[in-house]
Design a protein around this ligand. Structure first.
Ligand code: IYR
Length: 232
């Protein structure tokens, strides 16, 4: 129970006292930020997965974590669709590979395909059937009121992009792996998953364990100097 003295009203809206029950000494902060970076830097995009099952409760926790993301005016303009149904995964694979075939054969430029060579990706997407779960993130450009009135949301791409980043971090934290898969166009996902008109597919994440033996591209992350500018 919140003590009534810990609440105030601003413009007719209730605000509760922020009780930050975690704070660190400067040394702890240095240690924690460094070890978190080292741990997150172990994340790799994986393209070959095991079919070992994952409890549904884990997927629920991953979605709850992603859904803690900040969002424009707190509209939380996202829906996370979690698919473990085998027939549905097979349909998603067929539709995604059909789009990818066209993309790789005609939509993508030679330079783009050249850039992807280092990653070892192509139009075949077996992981869409192998992984125990797919999480498909939908963005809500607008919400629909009970009377079907459109209510626009704000900073939808930014909000859903941040939620996806938090989802990826949560997947890594659970000891699982994923890949940001972006079949384009993605309209087939809204059709297959029966989503309402205000939802558009944003990104697809296969979630699972890496296959027993997987090789990942031998590539490096840019050093701090290349990705930052400090103004002190
Ligand atoms: N959407 C395609 C192609 C692709 C595009 C980028 I940019 C990548 O970093 C990786 C793949 C696919 O998912 O294969």
């Amino acid at each position: 129970m919140i003590n009534p003295k810990e609440k105030i009203t601003i413009d007719n809206h209730e605000h509760v006292k922020y009780n930050q029950d975690f704070q660190y000494t400067e040394q702890e902060m240095i240690d924690r930020s460094s070890s978190f970076y080292k741990w997150l830097n172990k994340r790799r995009s994986i393209r070959i997965f095991s079919d070992k099952p994952i409890p549904k409760s884990v997927i629920e926790n991953l979605i709850l974590t992603a859904s803690t993301s900040p969002s424009g005016a707190h509209k939380q303009p996202w829906t996370f669709c979690a698919v473990s149904n085998k027939e549905l995964k097979a349909k998603i694979r067929i539709a995604a590979e059909a789009e990818e075939k066209i993309s790789y054969e005609s939509r993508m430029s030679a330079r783009w395909k050249d850039d992807l060579k280092a990653l070892g990706t192509d139009r075949h997407k077996p992981f869409l059937e192998t992984t125990p779960w797919l999480i498909i993130v939908f963005k809500k450009t607008y919400d629909l009121s009970e009377t079907n009135q459109k209510k626009n949301n704000y900073y939808v791409n930014e909000s859903v992009g941040i939620a996806c980043g938090m989802l990826i971090t949560a997947i890594h934290n659970a000891g699982l792996v994923t890949l940001t898969h972006t079949p384009s166009p993605m309209n087939f996902l809204a059709d297959l998953l029966n989503r309402p008109v205000n939802e558009k597919a944003f990104m697809l994440f296969p979630v699972g364990y890496a296959a027993a033996e997987v090789f990942v591209p031998n590539i490096n992350r840019k050093p701090l100097d290349d990705v930052s500018v400090f103004y002190e």
